[in-house]
Structures are given as structure tokens and as C-alpha cells.
Ligand binder design. Structure first.
Ligand SMILES: Cc1cc2nc3c(=O)[nH]c(=O)nc-3n(C[C@H](O)[C@H](O)[C@H](O)COP(=O)(O)O)c2cc1C
Length: 436
């Protein structure tokens, strides 16, 4: 069996701006209703979790202006995903929730407390998607002149996570006795200051909230650079990645497992999920027609402009300055934002003009999955069989049509084949992740 997670790639935002099947989302995007519907459907389909993307700025790299990003609702709006997750924890019992948290900008004490609180609220189904954030604008919102260098960010993230983990451990198991007869809430001999004094962060501790059922909430990570993989291999319970094709997927897994072994961790301690965006139709032909219509939409000037603004955000480099009918310039060594994301573009750019690259590039898919539920389920099974595990992160649009196609179309076909679970056996998100 393999695991399924759902990536809310726009974070807590307007999900369908300029897209089909918006429903009421363009009018009431801040409402929990779409997320709650999604959460119930994902739980019915026995997904492990829902992860929320996040960012901490309004981008203005493309054309040196906020215009494109505000117009296309690209990286904005971004409301706080931890608040939405708090609401959703009351809608489901078994689904996990993983909001994104920036190690660069959230004070560790605050993050440790917030995630422990979400773990309590969710009965042990919370996690944090730890990112280092990529943009100077985010850094400036927190009082810096610009962001730290890429690898320093990951070095700081390691120390940050050490500190946060110590805060979660600052209450020993059994510290909360809640003995009304003796009038003792917690045993003071089992709650300890941590006196953490690092190079970048310090905190006295202890945490002022007891840990939730998981003790340490689940940690996910998606850094694809060597520094990012190293961070994930050391701390993560689940890693998200976008290697292209079977051989790259195998190599990614091997690399993470080797790095984990160097930290004394066994492969089963961290699940590696591959991003996919399945296109499902009643028949293979219907699905192929939908895929063709989607590809056609990518050739419009509006799509190209929107995608260039995304590339500008990913790279921190203004793509409005480049000729669309020339090859993409070599950016090697020039990216301080999402290095591995831009390395994927660079690899894909060979033999194409910038316009052709924008139209052809698939940001989220490791493998193409287009077909009827049975066709796609069979292919997912074959891929995991060949690659060796551990599952997929579904990253298609968050609208009710797509959710139904996946949870009520694809997943029953996966369950029929015994490829994904039909019930939850664990009491917590981590137990569910470790089940197979
Ligand atoms: C599935 C997935 C989710 C991500 N979510 C976020 C996010 O919410 N916020 C963010 O700043 N970066 C996010 N990223 C970017 C990663 O944190 C990372 O910067 C990127 O994968 C490039 O890796 P590198 O920085 O190690 O080169 C995400 C990446 C992936 C693949």
C-alpha cells in the first residue's frame, strides 16, 4: 500500500481565480466551506493529510511591480493557514493537517507553541511543513534588508528545528497528571527549562503548553537542493519532491535514504511522496481531451505572463527582461531563492525558447497521469512498484469537481486494487504515516 497527501498549492487563498469550476470561491474565498468540503472528502478517501502552502509577502519581482501578482492572485492573498487548520481540525477525526511554517521568520518558541496547540486541537493529527522562505520581500517584512544566503538559511533551519524539538520535549511524558484529588495539574519535576543557546537562536523554555498526543508534531519538508535534502533527511517525517520520471524518482529516494542513514535514521522513519496532478475522465479518451484542452490554454499570452511572474517569484529574477523567443538565459549560480526549482526549469529549457519552455513545463508532475480512474490507478500502482514507495502528493486545483474526481473516482479504483488504505488504523498522523 502507499500513502496519499493533498497539497493546497495556493495556501489559504482564492483557489480558482481565473480557473474553471470556481463555484462560489471567487466570492467567498476566505470561507472555510470549500476546505471543509475537501477535508471531509479526503477523509472519506482515507488520505493521510492535507498540506497548506504559504508565503509571507506580496511579490513584485516580475516587471519590478506588484501588478501581475495582484492581478493574477499569484502568491496573494495568503491568509494564515494555521488559523484555517484550527477550524478544519473540528471537521474531521483522522485526517492530518500540515500548515507551512517559515523557519526563517517564525520565532521558534512561537512555532513550537502553535504546532503543539494544533496537535491538541486535532487529537494528534497536526504537522508543520518547514520551509526556509525564498524572497527578499519576506525578509524585509521581518526587519531584514534582504534574505540570508540559501545554504545559511538551511543551517539556521537545522538549529531552529533542534530548538523547537527541545521545547516539545520540555514536558516529560506523564508530566500532566490532572489529579483533582491531590489538586495537582502537572508534576513540576517533569517540566524542564531547556536553556538553548545556539548561534542564531536562544530560548530558555519550557514550553507553556503541554505537548499534544504526538509529542512532536509531524514535520514535512520539500527542499530539493543538497542543503534542503540534508535538512529533510535529518528531521522530516515526510518529504515532498518533484523528480521527473521513474529513474529520477528512484535516484531521489536513494539519495534521501543515504542521507538519512548518515543521521542514523531508517528509511521507514520518513515517507517520500512524489507530486502528481492526475487528470481523470470517465474514459481514457475523455481524460485525454481534458488534458489537450488544458495544454491549449497554456499557449495564451495571459498564461505565459502569469507563469513568468511565478518563475520570477521562484527565482528572485525578473523574467520580464528576457526575450520570449530566445532560450532562457543560464541562471546557474545566480539564484538565491528556490534553487532546485529553477534547476528543473534549466534542465527542461534545452532546445526551447523561453515561451516554449513556459508552455511545456509542468511544475508539479513527476509522471503524467491521464485516463479513467482504473487506468490512472493501475499506473500509480506500477510506478510505486517500480520506484519502491512511499506514495503521492496530489497537487491539482482545489475545486469541488477535482476533489470529487480524485476522492470519489480515482481513490475507489486505488482501494479496489488494495493500493491505498480503506480505513485508518493509527490514532495519530504519525502512526498513520508509519503504518506501511
Ligand atoms: C510540495 C512543495 C511544497 C512547497 N511549499 C512551499 C511553501 O509553502 N512555501 C515556500 O516558501 N516554499 C515552498 N516550497 C519550496 C521549497 O521549500 C523549496 O524552496 C523548493 O522546493 C526548492 O528547494 P531548495 O530551496 O532546497 O532549492 C515547496 C516545494 C514543494 C515541492
Amino acid at each position: 500500500m502507499f500513502h496519499l497527501g493533498w497539497f493546497v498549492g495556493n495556501g489559504y487563498s482564492v483557489q480558482s481565480w481565473g480557473r474553471d469550476w470556481a463555484g462560489t470561491d471567487n466570492d467567498d474565498w476566505w470561507s472555510p466551506s470549500l476546505y471543509a468540503d475537501a477535508a471531509r472528502a479526503l477523509e472519506r478517501a482515507c488520505f493521510d493529510f492535507m498540506v497548506f502552502q504559504d508565503g509571507l509577502m506580496v511579490p513584485d519581482v516580475f516587471g519590478g511591480s506588484m501588478e501581475a501578482d495582484l492581478k493574477f492572485a499569484q502568491e496573494i492573498p495568503r491568509s494564515d493557514p494555521t488559523a484555517m487548520v484550527a477550524v478544519l481540525t473540528q471537521v474531521t477525526k483522522n485526517l492530518g493537517y500540515i500548515p507551512t511554517i517559515s523557519t526563517s521568520f517564525y520565532p521558534p518558541f512561537m512555532a513550537a507553541r502553535m504546532l503543539a496547540t494544533l496537535d491538541q486541537l486535532s487529537g494528534g493529527h497536526a504537522g508543520g511543513n518547514l520551509v526556509t522562505s525564498a524572497s527578499d520581500r519576506a525578509a524585509q517584512n521581518f526587519g531584514l534588508e534582504g534574505h540570508h544566503d540559501h545554504d545559511l538559511r538551511y543551517g539556521m533551519a537545522e538549529e531552529w528545528t533542534d530548538l523547537v524539538t527541545q521545547l516539545w520535549d520540555s514536558w516529560e511524558p506523564g508530566a500532566v497528571v490532572m489529579d483533582t484529588e491531590r489538586h495537582v495539574f502537572a508534576d513540576h519535576t517533569k517540566v524542564h527549562p531547556i536553556h538553548f543557546a545556539g548561534k542564531h537562536y536562544s530560548s530558555r523554555g519550557p514550553l507553556n503548553t503541554p505537548p499534544g498526543p504526538q509529542g512532536r508534531p509531524v514535520i514535512s519538508q520539500a527542499g530539493g537542493s543538497p542543503a534542503g535534502r540534508e535538512f529533510g533527511a535529518r528531521f522530516a517525517d515526510v518529504i515532498f519532491c518533484v523528480p521527473n520520471g521513474i529513474e529520477s524518482m528512484k535516484a531521489y529516494r536513494r539519495d534521501i535514504h543515504e542521507r538519512m542513514a548518515a543521521h542514523g535514521r531508517a528509511p521507514e522513519e520518513c515517507k517520500i511522496l512524489f507530486m502528481v496532478d492526475p487528470i481523470i475522465g470517465e474514459t481514457d479518451q475523455v481524460a485525454r481531451d481534458i488534458a489537450a484542452a488544458r495544454a491549449e490554454k497554456k499557449t495564451t499570452d495571459a498564461y505565459v505572463e502569469e507563469h513568468l511572474s511565478v518563475m520570477s517569484y521562484f527565482s528572485g529574477i525578473d523574467f520580464a527582461q528576457f526575450d520570449l523567443d530566445q532560450p532562457m538565459p543560464d541562471l546557474d549560480g545566480k539564484v538565491n531563492a528556490q534553487q532546485s526549482t529553477m534547476a528543473r526549469y534549466q534542465k527542461d529549457a534545452a532546445g526551447k525558447t523561453l515561451r516554449e519552455l513556459v508552455i511545456a513545463h509542468n511544475m508539479v508532475a513527476t509522471i503524467d497521469l491521464v485516463g479513467s480512474p482504473d487506468t490512472v490507478a493501475a499506473k500509480m500502482g506500477e510506478v510505486i512498484e517500480e520506484v519502491g514507495g512511499d506514495g503521492f502528493l496530489l497537487s491539482g486545483p482545489l475545486n469541488r469537481k477535482n476533489i470529487a474526481e480524485i476522492t470519489d473516482g480515482l481513490v475507489p479504483a486505488l482501494k479496489r486494487r488494495g493500493l491505498t488504505r480503506s480505513s485508518y488504523s493509527g490514532a495519530t498522523l504519525r502512526e498513520n504515516l508509519r503504518e506501511f
